[in-house]
Design a protein around this ligand. Structure first.
Ligand code: ADP
Ligand code: ASP
Ligand code: MG
Length: 408
């Protein structure tokens, strides 16, 4: 008998039929003697629908928006519990605040600070506990949400808190693939992937797992698996690099595309010590995550400074910079929100030269202009025009021979 946390994403609870399928799966696992906590997302499309409603009043983030968005997951919990009860399974519905899943108060991207496991553990003995993903509660009892895709993080954090044997992320694809199988139809499913690679892939746009979920799993040693609700494939297991020793290491394990990014350019910035901190400090203070940063080598006492932020934070960032005009001298601020970040990831890169140049030549052959480049030990990222994103993924996937040889 194992203690398991099962998380079902939006498509998996997207209709009455899907919910019944999930309930059936849960029932079987319970009958096998497992002790279960189930975490669910909102029905597919629901979080977007709620966001669109909020946007009608120009509300994009804040206390009220989180209060609204959190309702999506509550509906799914209620429906799954009803389906389970119809199959004769005892279950206990639970909202984030009832657990409680304590978070900070950054609405829209709250971080989990503590989970008290007792309420879950006590109820798991006599039935299945079904918990809302995505939501938490702050110190002042406000409902918070954990950022898009946050139910993955709820599940892993709950698994860590209750000391579960495994956390299973059930979704609408068979596991983690070499790239989004919706962009490249012959993308290959990976049986295992290291935490390090998965962290990069998740951070760089592979939305199959939220990055914080992977961080939690690595930091708290949670055994994490991604698999499909709709078949019996064992999915993808996330493993430590040491566990992967001896296995043949692919040069590139994945390609990602991160949409919803925007580029901000400052030209004629005074080239003096402290300028980067002057620009980025006030942006960070507003909890805006700055991603790629490039400063060119200054000449004649001025330099150019470029960075990327989430598209959602684009207007606010430009406003912050406009308010800094005194410190920034005669800098000219411009922006471009029609960009994407394209990345290739793989631990095999450590021991192979020439991967970056191959990537750049593939893009050049397609006449795709690179606007920014950043590299780390196991990844290379470039910013390119949004309209070339999917074409670039397909070309690189073929060039690096990542396609599946098995017919699906
Ligand atoms: P859920 O609602 O179950 O949380 P998501 O839509 O958040 O599901 O994540 C699953 C989706 O992630 C897949 O349908 C797929 O299109 C996308 N995806 C992007 N990159 C990858 C990848 N490398 N491997 C698998 N899926 C990916
Ligand atoms: N419902 C939320 C979203 O759509 C959380 C999740 O599905 O993980 O982002
Ligand atoms: Mg998701």
């Amino acid at each position: 008998m194992a203690s398991l946390v099962l998380k079902f994403g939006g498509t998996s609870v997207g209709s009455a039929e899907a919910i019944l399928l999930v309930a059936d799966k849960v029932k079987k696992l319970k009958e096998e003697g497992n002790s279960l906590a189930v975490v669910v997302s909102a029905m597919s499309g629901e979080t977007n629908r709620l966001l669109d409603l909020a946007n009608k009043f120009k509300a994009e983030k804040g206390k009220a928006v989180d209060f609204l968005l959190a309702t999506g997951e509550q509906v799914s919990v209620a429906l799954l519990c009803s389906a389970l009860e119809s199959l004769g399974v005892i279950c206990h519905p639970m909202a984030g605040w009832q657990v409680p899943i304590q978070t900070d108060n950054s609405f829209g991207k709250a971080k989990i600070t503590e989970i008290t496991p007792d309420n879950i553990v006590n109820l798991m003995d006599d039935g299945v506990v079904v918990i809302t993903g995505f939501q938490g509660v702050d110190q002042s009892n406000n409902i918070t949400t954990l950022g898009r895709g946050g139910s993955d993080t709820s599940a892993v954090a709950i698994a860590a808190a209750i000391g579960a044997d495994e956390c299973r992320i059930y979704t609408d694809v068979r596991g983690v693939f070499t790239t989004d199988p919706r962009i490249v139809s012959d993308a290959r499913k990976l049986d295992v992937i290291t935490y390090e690679e998965m962290l990069e892939l998740a951070g760089l746009g592979a939305k199959v797992l939220q990055i914080r979920a992977v961080e939690f799993a690595r930091n708290y040693n949670v055994k994490l698996r991604v698999l499909s609700t709709f078949n019996e494939d064992p999915g993808t297991l996330i493993i430590d690099e040491e566990e992967g020793m001896g296995m043949e290491q692919a040069l590139i394990s994945g390609i990602t595309l991160k949409k919803n990014e925007a580029q901000i350019m400052l030209s004629n910035v005074p080239d003096r010590p402290g300028i980067a901190a002057d620009i980025l400090g006030p942006v960070a203070e507003k909890n805006i995550e700055v991603d790629m940063i490039v400063q060119n080598i200054g000449s004649n006492g001025i330099a150019d400074f470029t960075f990327t932020v989430p598209k959602l934070d684009f207007d606010e960032t430009v406003m912050i910079l406009n308010n800094l005009s005194n410190q920034l001298g005669g800098s000219i601020i411009s922006g471009d929100d029609k960009i994407v970040k394209l990345s290739i990831v793989g631990v095999g890169m450590r021991s192979h030269a020439g991967i970056a140049s191959k990537m750049f030549s593939v893009l050049a052959a397609e006449n795709i202009n690179i606007k920014m480049i950043s590299t780390s030990e196991i990844k290379i990222s470039v910013v390119i025009e949004e309209k070339y994103g999917e074409l670039a993924v397909r070309c690189l996937h073929t060039a690096f021979e990542l396609q599946s040889t098995i017919s699906k």
